[in-house]
Design a protein around this ligand. Sequence first.
Ligand code: NAD
Ligand code: DAU
Length: 332
Amino acid sequence: MSRLLVTGGAGFIGSNFVHHVVGNTDHHVTVLDALTYAGNRASLAGLPEDRVAFVHGDITDAALVDELFSEADAVVHYAAESHNDNSLHDPRPFLDTNIVGTYTLLEAARKHDTRLHHISTDEVYGDLELDDPERFTENTPYNPSSPYSSTKAGSDLLVRAWVRSFGVRATISNCSNNYGPFQHVEKFIPRQITNVIRGIRPKLYGAGENVRDWIHADDHSSAVLTILDKGVIGETYLIGADGERNNKDVVELILQIMGQPADAYDHVTDRAGHDLRYAIDSTKLRTELGWAPSFGDFESGLSATIEWYRDNESWWAPSKDGVEAFYAEKGQ
Ligand code: NAD
Ligand code: DAU
């Protein structure tokens, strides 16, 4: 049994990972989470206390991080400011958490020689044309567009430098867009599902031609466990499940599954600098480490996610009005 420290484990993907670890391994998990607007203790409710401990704290707190690293066999680093629209409104917290926070963890990993897995995003590679035959690979040059993706790119480069210069035992993964339970209602899919539940028309940025490569959060979790288990130190692995869809198709599918007319949505102001298309080639992870996704069918994964939001209104309702007020101010 290993002792895992999971930063950002009260957020969307981090909490899905903690549930996955408890259900599929005998590891003990300590979650370190600052409980920003995006963190929610309720996402960890019901997990056994002898398997999961929670520490309320900030990854930029070097003394706390040092203490927690001294007690961990491995660290999985999810904590981040994660929303592009917020980064366009107020970039500063993205620099603090994504850059300084990752630096703080790297210094602790160096001191304690702790195995670290850094969670990153496909957005570090910029975007693709709709008809580009090539997808992102581990060799695609970095070209981030937003304050969010540029700080994630910066954090990846810090990890690479600490591996090369100080021998830190780290790996990196860059994953595509996740969907599933426990995702904050500021994000595209939960926003539209909860809009329909509330009787609000879904909001599509611009023409809705932008393509995202969807993967269920549980598949992201199994990929991260695979990398922790078999990944080669210093290597980067791209995680994706061949789930490309444009935003217009996703909104229309949500409306159809929820029994609404497929055209019952509004086009709203586009995102500044909006990336056109992300697409992941995950051949390296599949062939070298033997990983494969379990959620092959986006439509059934999406239906289950819709059911989860219908069944868990008390989880998302406290955030909904504030998020919609924020978007309304921007014409979105
Ligand atoms: P999220 O915003 O839902 O959760 C982030 C969590 O980090 C929250 O619980 C928050 O409280 C915590 N946090 C933020 N700042 C902190 C700090 N300074 N100290 C401690 N905790 C802090 O994010 P998410 O969507 O779950 O993303 C998790 C990670 O996965 C991020 O690193 C993100 O870049 C990456 N990622 C996300 C996606 C996606 O589709 N959402 C895809 C690929 C990669
Ligand atoms: O690709 C991985 C990234 O995916 C992660 O690194 C980010 O943390 C995560 O937030 C996500 O980034 P996106 O910007 O792609 O996700 P978002 O849910 O904000 O938007 C998805 C698409 O939907 C994007 O093209 C913008 C569009 N959109 C979004 C919202 C909130 C809309 O059309 N309407 C909306 O209301």
